[in-house]
Design a protein around this ligand. Structure first.
Ligand code: PMP
Length: 399
């Protein structure tokens, strides 16, 4: 058989943690591995704004003709305004193109394929560490992927000097992937001052910033969390942005995201879009209409939009409250450990500082699943499992 020598592909480490979780029969099991927001009852919520958007979508009864390759125009406008603001100069100049993609992953992949058409000789640099799939996505587009220093585990801070030194030494045109907010996996974002230093270096070294924003709304609010997108667009002639609604609209399975490209002129933007469409056509021809239609309804209907911002604030506040409670509950049991840094981290994840051996004990002795790196999804904690998790962590912490 032509497949006789085919070896099984390595399993994605995040998915394999979830598979082990589902196979576990312990009724107390907790999955802190995958990056999904669950409400206090432990379920992935269907937001009320989405329920209303679904009714509106069905009532409109539109035929299911193919969408354009770049998706719904109304979605693209709304997604672009959400990132940059409708008044951003690049938006007003029509220098930004936005295309609806299959989630944030689709935005990354179409953006990577586009950049490869633009310049196949450049390399890609991602943070150390970064979201596991960044490497596979950019390698899949044909790029060599390297990593710049980012997280210092000993001080739980950003290795800013080393990061800037590395970026300064890269050839012009090099693609630098940056997490616009809620860095995955560390939860540690640059301060405004550090962002400014990063922007200055990216601009001066003529690098191409590729901003990945998958958690807009989970740090402070929709507007503040996207601030870096607009600021990079202010200073760099080419900025690529992959954004996702998977978490912010709790629409994981509908695959709703966008690719935005900031160019130097309306004419460049039109040419860039022609290549984006070509990439999409050669990959999957066009996005589906349902998820994009729901997102459009939420983003463009003022009442639904307001409802969404309220529901998003609830999700954000709940995660923050879980962070605080986890730290306090562990402190109550183990006064010798200060986990305060967990409170400061942003988004759904915490780089907990747990070692691989401790993560192994949590899994084997308590059926609590985290990633070997010590990344835990704080958004999976709730009032029923938090005491159990805090106790288990207190038990495995060693001085
Ligand atoms: N980028 C980062 C940093 C992510 O964490 C994720 C989702 N885990 C994505 C992109 C992809 O988002 P989506 O699920 O919308 O494809």
């Amino acid at each position: 058989s032509p497949l006789a020598a085919l070896e099984t592909a390595p399993i994605d480490p995040i998915i394999s943690v979830s598979e082990a979780f589902f196979a576990d029969t312990n009724p107390n099991k907790v999955n802190l591995g995958i990056g999904i927001y669950c409400d206090d009852s432990g379920k992935v919520p269907v937001l009320d704004c989405i329920k209303a958007a679904e009714q509106k979508f069905v009532a409109a009864g539109k035929p299911k003709y193919y969408l354009p390759m770049d998706g719904l125009g109304a979605f693209n406008r709304a997604a672009q305004h959400l990132l940059f603001g409708a008044e951003h100069q690049a938006v007003r100049d029509k220098r930004v193109v936005t295309a609806q993609t299959l989630g944030g992953s689709g935005g990354l992949k179409v953006g990577a394929d586009f950049l490869r058409v633009l310049n196949p000789r450049v390399e890609v640099w991602i943070s150390d560490p970064s979201w596991e799939n960044h490497t596979a996505l950019f390698e899949g587009a044909g790029f060599k992927v390297n990593s710049y220093p980012y997280y210092d585990a000993s001080t739980r801070s950003i290795k800013l000097d080393a990061m800037l030194t590395t970026l300064r030494g890269l050839p012009p045109g090099t693609i630098v992937v940056l997490h616009a907010c809620c860095h995955n996996p560390t939860g540690l974002d640059p301060t405004p001052r550090q962002w400014q230093q990063i922007r200055d270096v990216v601009k001066k070294a003529e690098l191409v910033p590729f901003l990945d924003i998958a958690y807009q709304g989970f740090a402070e609010n929709l507007h503040a969390d996207a601030a870096e997108v607009g600021r990079f667009a202010d200073v760099c002639p080419l900025v690529v942005v992959a954004s996702s609604f998977s978490k912010s609209l709790s629409l994981y399975s509908e695959r709703v995201g966008a690719l935005s490209i900031v160019t130097g002129s309306a004419d460049e933007a039109a040419r860039a879009l022609s290549h984006v469409k070509r990439v999409v056509r050669a990959n999957y021809s066009g996005p589906p209409s349902y998820g994009g239609g729901l997102a459009t309804n939420v983003l463009t209907d003022p009442a639904l939009r307001q409802q969404w911002e309220g529901e998003l604030a609830q999700m954000r506040d709940r995660v923050k409250s879980m962070r605080r409670q986890l730290v306090e509950k562990i402190r109550a049991r183990r006064a010798d450990f200060d986990l305060n840094y967990v409170i400061e981290q942003r988004g759904m994840f915490s780089y907990s500082g747990l070692t691989k051996a401790q993560v192994g004990r949590l899994r084997d002795e308590y059926s609590i699943y985290a990633l070997d790196s010590g990344r835990v999804c704080v958004a999976a904690l709730n009032s029923r499992n938090i005491d159990y998790v805090a106790q288990a962590i207190a038990n495995v912490l060693v001085t």
